[in-house]
Each structure stands twice: as structure tokens, then as C-alpha cells.
Write a new protein. Sequence first.
Lengths: 294, 381
Amino acid sequence: MSILVGRHTRLVVQGITGREGGFHAAAMLEYGTLVVAGVTPGKGGQTALDGRVPVFDSVHRAVAETGADTSCIFVPAAGAPDAVMEAVDAGIRTIFCITEGIPALDMVPVVQAIRDAGARLIGPNCPGATSPGQAKVGIIPGSVHREGRVGVVSRSGTLTYEAVQAMTDAGIGQSTCVGIGGDPIIGTTFSDILALFAEDAETDALVLIGEIGGDAEEQAAGWAAEHLADIPKVAFIAGRTAPEGKRMGHAGAIISGASGTAQSKVDALEAAGFRVAGSPTELPALLRDAGYAG
Amino acid sequence: MEYQGKDVFRRVGVPTTPQGRVARTAEEAAAFAAEFGAPVMIKAQVLTGGRGKAGGVKYCPDPAAARAAAEAILGLDIKGHVVRLVLVEPASDIDAEFYLSLLHDRVSKGYKVIASVEGGVEIEQVARETPDKVVQHDLDPTKGLDLATARHVLFSAGFPEAGFPDEDQAAALLVKLYEGFVATDATLFEVNPLIRTKDGRIIALDAKVSIDGNALFRHPDLAALDSSDDGDALEAKAKAQGLQYVKLDGEIGVLGNGAGLVMSTLDVVSQAGGRAADFLDIGGGADAERMTEALSLVLSDPQVRSVLVNIFGGITRGDEVARGLIEARSLQERDVPMVVRIVGTNFEEAARLLQEAAFETAGSLDEAAAKAVAASGGAAA
């Protein structure tokens, strides 16, 4: 089955005629993703990617003409919140927002609207998701993947690629890899993704990749302890050697006392049954130790 | 820092202490104290909490005491932050201390207000030891924070019982705080302590303000405020160039793309027995020019004895990074050993370019770290 994206995904790329949108839409198409439409206001009627993808003026038109059900947004930060709203209004129910640099204040009402509509937003400032062998949506390089049965969820972008590459090199494939994004206000959290993996018959083990700051990892550990007791779980937390207080704001740590440090996250994850790696390259061996035989 | 936070509070109409002055030397501090002609507080200006406990806040009845206090506080190390500036401001007569903050909340995906009658101590400690004394209230972003909500929060936190004679004054302050929080695109407004003075006024005695970096384009005035001169000179330069740079105290210059990857690179360098000289995230989609700026920045730190470049291309294209590196190296006067690892998007072209230019390269992160550590003259791999 995999989660979020797959063979069935019919993708519209918002901002397909831009530099990033065009480059990555081509990579998605090459990977095998059904890129059925692009949207750039004012360029409706044109085509993109050497005539392979029709461009529409609005997401509404793209959905009506092509049956697109998933969107990937490369629109610059100033227009990205509106692009998400446009996708929701057009009936898209799975929206990936790759754009970075969106003010958090602008995302708050958007996330609320997504929730009210019963849609799902991944990101913003996220690398997207790939179900190896089926489809990739976003910017994760297709070459890092291998088909398999381990679900990967990460707060980071490039660190995800690093970890997934290490798994692939060790012969461990993935069911779906999801980057949820590192901004303070994001549409989908670690726990949300873990819940999707828990329901997925093709995911037999989990890898969670977190970072210092905030308490999303602690929350996820709490959820996993309750719902994912019987599945092999490993994790990596970036920033164990980062100097305390240097980059971390105060805000994340206020809420639950000591949480936010690497140690607090490692402790919470270990208490929830995760094996925690010291570096991304240790993840495959730990997966084996945890009993994953795939 | 506090003095900047208070400037923001004054702009948005949150009542706070009388305007103070920022001193860099004990002489300046004494002169400002004399100008005020009244008892003053000397307060360390650093980006961390727990200043009081560390001896960074002192009451001074006269200019001589202010001089002595500033002498003791300047140069003090508070949780790794060296004090270079002190705030000199007229002392307030404190009758009672409380806590208020507004912040973004990742869990509710909106804003949260936190209130407590336990002010003046670190709120994390209060939350740990007496969680029932910390009230957290999620705000509905479509409604915001009106007077009724403000009163509700303050009542739930027990402000009236704690001797708040005029809760309307506090509620009005909380509403001002919220309006200012939204108007300035803040991610944190923290008042600790919020005080009632002996003459019955409610004011913010301290101010901790963080503005969303993504929103600074809407606030040119705050962007100027943000570029504090307390920080490291290289950090200030990086900020001006829009690079995420943190100066560390090791010998291996580290740069890469993405905060998580760069942090992991620091972790792996440390595992390999080395010490990183910096954290530098070039961000997503960096081109050759940005790479040149980044490398020049890392090399302008005289402590750097080797450089580790770790790029995993996604939105960033490896070949552009390689071109930038090649150009950047040709412009450098210092000849520092460099280990480059480029994987991901367009890595084949990057590898070809780097090989042509005779760069030391590495396939895995562990290998790259080991080579960089060895090249720095530190622990061998």
C-alpha cells in the first residue's frame, strides 16, 4: 500500500514553470510519478516538460480536466499560503508544500483551513515523500531509494537523504519516506505519520529522524509507546554535540520543562522502545538488531 | 536581548520599565547611573535565561555601586555566553512577580498563552516542580485574544488570589502583548517577571522577544534591531549574507546544506575525534555564488585548519556547488586542506568537476569526517 503517495497518485505541480518547479517536476516524472498537470496563473494552455504536461491557470481547472488528487507546491514564499488555499478549495486532499521561508503567522490560518476541510498538508519547508518503485512527490533524490518495507519519517530534509541512502546501501528498502518539514507551524506531525504507517500493511519497521529543539520527538515517542509496541523502531537525533542555547529558541523548551535537548529526545524514544543511532550510518545495523529481517 | 525586547514592547504599547541605557564599560555604566540620579539595576545582556542566578543582575543604589556591579558582570560567562553589554535602567519597586508569555505552538499549530503566578524564576522549573501553577491556553487564531479571553486566562492562573488588585490592568496588558506579538510576526513574547510596582502599576520588568526570521522582510525596522553587535563578528557577517552560521571553538570548518545534515556532520566529526569550528548551513537551492560566499566565510576564521563540505543534493544541485567551490578555492589566499562530499542531485557531474580540479573527495559521511579530522592534524582516523 505505502502511505500518502503511490502508483494511484495523480499529481498537479503548482509553480511548474518556475526554475525549481520545472526541474523537480521533470525528476518526478522520470521517477514514474503520474504528473498529470501543472499550474501557473497566466500560462494556461501552454505545456511544460517538453510538451509532456499540460499547464493550467488554476488548480480548479487542473482538477476538472485531469482528475488531479495530490498537489506539490514550489510557489515562492510570498504566494505559497495562497497556493495551499487554492489547492484545498479545488478539492485536493493531499498537499505537499516544498516552499521554505513562509512566515509562521501566514501558515496558522492555512493549517486551520486544511483541518476544517479534512485535507492533509505536508510541510511547508519539507522535502516531500517517496514510495520507492511507485512515485515520488517533492525533491528527495530518487537515487537514494530502494523498494522495501521500512517506513521513514523525518523532520529534516537533506539528513533524510543521508539516512535513506545508508539504508539503501545496506540493502534495506523503504515502503514510504516522508519529510514533514522543520518549520514551527506544519500541517502534519511525526505522530500523524506514525499513525498512517501503523495502518499500512506494507510497513514492517519504522525509522524516525529528529533534531534538537521543540518537543515533536517526545510527542511521537509517547504516541509510539501506546500504539506501536510490536514493531521494530529505530531513531536518530541530529545535534547531540550542538552547543546548548546557541540556536535553540526558548519557545520549544518552555512547554514541557526539560524537553528539547538531544538527551531528552533520546531518553523518550528509548523509553518508547526505539533503538537510537549515534550516526545515520548506524541505522541499518540497529534495524537488524531490533529484529527487522526484511 | 532584553533591551531590544523592551524597545519592541515600547513600540507596540506594552507598559515596561523606563528607558534604560546600554553600557559597554564600567565607566559608562557609572555615568548612566549618575544621569538617572536614582537607584539603578545593572543587567547582563545575553541571549539566555537564568541571569539572576548567575550573578548577572544587580541592584545599585549609587553610581559607585553601578561601576562595581558592571565591572563584575562584564566578561562574566553565563551558560557559555560572555557578557559584553549591560543594561542600566532605573530600579523598580517590586510588590509582586508574575509570568506571561505568548508563543507559537507546534502541537496545536497555532498560538498559545502561558501564565503563572510564579514569576521571576525559570518557567521550565515551575512547570517541572509545580505544573498546576502554569496555565497554558491555546488561542483560536481566527478570534485572537480579546479582553474576555485575557481575563479568563488570568483568572485560571490564579492572578486575583495572588493579589492582583486590578486584573483589568493586567488583562489590558495581555491584549497589548498579543496585538504586538501578531503585529511584529513574533514567535515568542515572554515577560518574566511581569511585576506590580509598589505604587500599583503593572509593567514588564523583563522582555524576551523572538521575531520570525521568515517575516523580517515585512519589518525592516525590526531587522535593524535584530542585527545586534553583541555577537561574534563572523556571525554578524553571515547574517548580513543570509547564511546560517554559528561559530564554534574547534579547528574543522564545516559547511553543508540543511540544518539537520550539518548538525549530524558536527556529531560525526565529534565521533571521529575532531572538533568543529563552525556550523554553516548554506540552505536549499544554493548556487555557485552562494557557495563562494560560504567558503570564504568559513576560511576567514583563523582557527580553521581543515574544511569539510557535506552536500546532499535535493533542491540543491551538486554541480553548481562544485563550480562554486572551485571558484571559491581559486580566490582564497589561505591554502587549507579541504574534503568534499557531494551526493544526490547531479552528483555525477559534481564528481567529474571536482576530480578535474583535484579536490580531495569522500563517498560517505564517516569517510569525509575521518579525512577532515586527519587533515586538521587532530586525532587520526
